[in-house]
Design a protein around this ligand. Structure first.
Ligand code: SAM
Length: 247
């Protein structure tokens, strides 16, 4: 998968050199290219922002560097990527980023991320870009960050780990929270007793059916306690995570 990210703080995305995503980059599973927006400025101060029309606090990112940066990204299309990326613009006013969206984006051959700063990017950039590629504004959650970089770190990690070969044991992806509608059950490792606290007996007996039933009960209980809003969604599913299990 090819991923481009444009930012005025390209170093912010250095963390994507680490751990599983870093290894996936080295193995060629993810071709991640980070671009400095200021490379597309032409004044001495490398300016990327200006005061907002209509007044108000803060600064707005100017359109010209974005046009140049995104044109350069588009110009790097290849046979593998197709003609244009899906442009994801992180923003608190976007569609919520979810596990379902991570799956959808992981199936795309080419994603580009435009990291806003200040009060955001001049609205005409969205219009210009939408004439050339699919554009989605995506929110990490209902709060305001200083810039899109943290959102890109989170989204690239969530998307990247779904690509074949990135997570060593693909089975570990299946039972996770938000896969199938419920949160994950509690997990334990050695020692069997720690600080006078014992691991639940059922997990030590090797009875796989009993373990599966216990884990399913735990998923339901944990979801009801922490995220009751998810149970309505889970009730529309069928099978062990679905409506049958809720009754
Ligand atoms: N004035 C904007 C508003 O109220 O919608 C917020 C701008 S915010 C200070 C600066 C940048 O941070 C945004 O352009 C976006 O790139 C990023 N950002 C802030 N909150 C975000 C969120 N919840 N999800 C994704 N990106 C976010």
């Amino acid at each position: 998968m090819r991923i481009d990210a444009v930012s005025i703080f390209p170093d912010y995305l250095d963390a994507l050199d680490l751990s599983l995503i870093g290894r996936a980059r080295r193995e060629g599973i993810i071709d991640l290219r980070v671009h400095d927006l200021r490379a597309h400025t032409h004044d001495r101060h490398r300016t990327v922002d200006d005061t907002p029309y209509g007044g108000g606090a803060g600064m707005v990112m100017t359109p010209q560097p974005w046009q140049e940066a995104l044109t350069a990204v588009l110009g790097s299309a290849s046979e593998d990527t197709g003609p244009a990326p899906l442009l994801v613009v992180p923003g608190p006013g976007g569609a919520p980023f979810t596990q379902a969206m991570a799956h959808e984006l992981a199936a795309r051959p080419w994603l580009a991320f435009a990291c806003g700063r200040y009060e955001g990017i001049d609205e005409r950039v969205y219009e210009w870009a939408a004439e050339r590629m699919e554009v989605r504004v995506v929110s990490l959650g209902d709060y305001v960050l200083n810039g899109g970089e943290v959102a890109v770190l989170a989204m690239v990690e969530a998307i990247g780990r779904l690509l074949p070969g990135v997570v060593g044991n693909a089975g570990s992806l299946v039972e996770e929270s938000h896969e199938g509608g419920l949160l994950e059950y509690p997990v334990y490792t050695k020692p069997a007793v720690w600080d006078d606290r014992a691991v639940p007996e059922v997990l030590l007996g090797g009875n796989h059916a009993a373990i599966a039933a216990w884990r399913h009960e735990q998923r339901l209980a944990r979801t009801a306690a922490r995220r009751p809003d998810l149970l309505a969604g889970a009730a529309t599913l069928t099978g062990t995570d679905g409506v049958e299990a809720l009754h």
